[in-house]
Ligand binder design. Structure first.
Ligand SMILES: NC(=O)c1ccc[n+]([C@@H]2O[C@H](COP(=O)([O-])OP(=O)(O)OC[C@H]3O[C@@H](n4cnc5c(N)ncnc54)[C@H](O)[C@@H]3O)[C@@H](O)[C@H]2O)c1
Ligand SMILES: O=C(O)C[C@H](O)C(=O)O
Length: 512
């Protein structure tokens, strides 16, 4: 195996005859890894000159139409073919172009860079090789967090999928040696991911989403109960990873040995009327015992902590790892991705923006007023009235409570949390795979403020946090600056509470 940093890929020649029902349109394109859904690449349209063997695995959707036709094996592209069922994750999209295989990190969770498909709107595509031009304009940040604008670009002149086209990838990609000459990227599923608390409300959908990643070779599911059924169920999905189940503390060490990423959603969720801090007494102990096992069995792994109160559970984990002599602050993360996901959604809704375009950094912590969306740093640049700022900030800060109340005693956010956690896992795996521009907001040990832990955008690399992005805190508005000052006492208290808990536990253990 070897790693290459830059690929120039020949576009696979695809020909779409007039009978193909799909017309390219002007709009946002999105990369989907079709092979997650399609065991074999779809065959060409009936009169296509491209051979089926040359057909790639990547589907690009363009335009805002009504459904993605799922290419059935024998009749894809025929006008007479009734529309097949839509892809599960992307109802609302129709036009499909086929391009060469993707970078492994591009998988269908919306964790994908976006780009403009800007093609001659009047072109009738009878042959993709001749009549249309497609220009991809990379955006500087997709839903996957900040992406360097140079990370994906391709520009084609007279042919958008003709032989003259090329796709330049500036991502590190694992390729099989034999694939090099064919310029075909074969995503390698080589990472082991463990989910602790895998039978829970977050754990189950998170397991499913991780099971869909083409980067994962082993998905290890651990819980104190009920995990066997979850694993049996997930194991039937025909995606690359092997699913393994582990029940109870006696099997925890085997679960953790050799894993690259450990995700921890174990613990109790809120009920209406509770704060996240009200979960401290139960969840602190759960996180402590799980982190002890992580320290003993996979101290090199990236550790993603979801269990609340994150503002305290991350400092607890740091102290336990220190006590075990294996603390690496670059690899311990409080998962605050859901705050970013929510901020992006609410801002897009409020300002009528396309969801995939919006990126709002959220800093501070993960509870109430410690969640500070920096709306002034929203990309694309957008202005807010004072009233909008106030309303959006409050909604983002209270979004967890909004879900807790709507669930009326049946728990807190699970599905959106699983989505957010899967995004963070995918970003971590991309970073581990050598993708040079992976950015996420996360709650980490930090020197950005006087607080020892602080959520902000960070650059992720093979060794974890490569750098903490300080520019988001520069030039913030007066409103944001005063909200930043206001959150510090609460965040400080939560951090100290976590540290004190870990020290007391250590003291208690020493005195036994
Ligand atoms: N960081 C965030 O943004 C965020 C978002 C949503 C929820 N959460 C938190 O995530 C946690 C889990 O939420 P949920 O809705 O999945 O709860 P849940 O009760 O549905 O699931 C929790 C799971 O953890 C398991 N568990 C309990 N003790 C364990 C232990 N010692 N080892 C392994 N597993 C254990 C339980 O058996 C259960 O399956 C809560 O603390 C919640 O507050 C955080
Ligand atoms: O609100 C909660 O208790 C769960 C989680 O922290 C969330 O933000 O949804």
């Amino acid at each position: 195996m070897f790693i290459i940093r830059t690929l120039m890929l020949e576009m696979t020649p695809i020909v779409r005859p007039k009978t193909c029902p799909m017309k390219p349109t002007r709009g946002i394109g999105q990369w989907l890894v079709a092979h997650s859904f399609l065991p074999t690449p779809p065959p060409p349209c009936p009169s296509a000159k491209a051979s089926a063997a040359a057909l790639p695995y990547l589907v690009v959707t363009a335009g805002a139409a009504t459904s993605i036709p799922r290419p059935p094996p024998s009749s894809w592209g025929r006008a007479s073919t009734p529309p097949p069922p839509p892809f599960p994750f992307f109802p609302g999209l129709r036009d499909i172009l086929l391009l060469p295989p993707p970078r492994p990190s591009l998988w269908p969770l919306g964790l994908l860079p976006s780009f403009e498909l800007d093609m001659a709107s009047s072109a009738t595509i009878s042959s993709v090789g001749a009549q249309a031009a497609l220009v991809s304009k990379p955006r500087n940040h997709g839903i996957s967090g900040l992406k360097a604008s140079s990370s994906i670009s391709f520009e084609l002149g007279s042919s958008f999928l003709g032989k003259t086209g090329s796709l330049r990838e500036s991502v590190t990609t694992r390729v099989a040696p034999k694939a090099k000459s064919a310029a075909r990227i074969l995503p390698e599923a080589s990472y082991k991911v463990a989910v602790l608390g895998a039978a829970g409300g977050i754990g189950q959908p998170l397991g499913l989403l991780i099971k869909m990643s083409p980067l994962v070779s082993e998905l290890r599911l651990y819980d104190i109960a009920n995990v066997k059924g979850v694993a049996a169920d997930l194991s039937h999905c025909n995606t690359p990873s092997q699913v393994m189940d582990f029940t109870g503390p006696a099997e925890l060490a085997s679960c953790l040995k050799g894993v690259d990423v450990v995700v921890i959603p174990a613990g109790v969720p809120r009920k209406p009327g509770m704060t996240r801090d009200d979960l401290f007494n139960i969840n602190a102990g759960i996180v402590k015992s799980l982190i002890e096992a992580v320290a003993d069995n996979c101290p090199e792994a990236f550790i993603h902590i979801i269990s609340n109160p994150v503002n305290s559970t991350v400092p607890i984990a740091a102290e336990i790892l220190k006590q075990k002599g294996v603390y690496n602050p670059k690899k311990l993360f409080g998962v605050s991705t859901l705050d970013v996901v929510r901020a992006n959604t609410f801002v897009a809704q409020k300002k009528g923006l396309k969801l995939i375009d919006v990126d709002v950094p959220v800093v501070g912590g993960h509870a109430g007023i410690t969640i500070l969306p920096l709306l002034s740093k929203t990309r694309p640049s957008v202005t807010f009235t004072d009233e909008e700022t106030e309303q959006l900030t409050k909604r983002i800060q209270n979004a967890g409570t909004e879900v807790v109340e709507a669930k009326a005693g049946a728990g807190s956010a699970t599905l959106s949390m699983a989505y957010a956690a899967a995004r963070f896992v995918e970003s971590s795996l991309r970073a581990l795979a050598g993708d040079p521009d992976v950015y996420e907001c996360t709650y980490v040990q930090s020197e950005l403020t006087e607080l020892p832990f602080f959520a902000s955008r960070v650059k992720l690399g093979k060794n974890g946090v490569e750098s903490i992005i300080s520019s988001d805190l520069e030039g913030i508005t007066e409103y944001e600056a005063s909200a930043l000052e206001a959150l510090k006492p609460e965040l400080k208290a939560s951090i100290e509470k976590g540290i004190e808990f870990a020290h007391k536990q250590q003291g208690a253990a020493a005195s036994v």
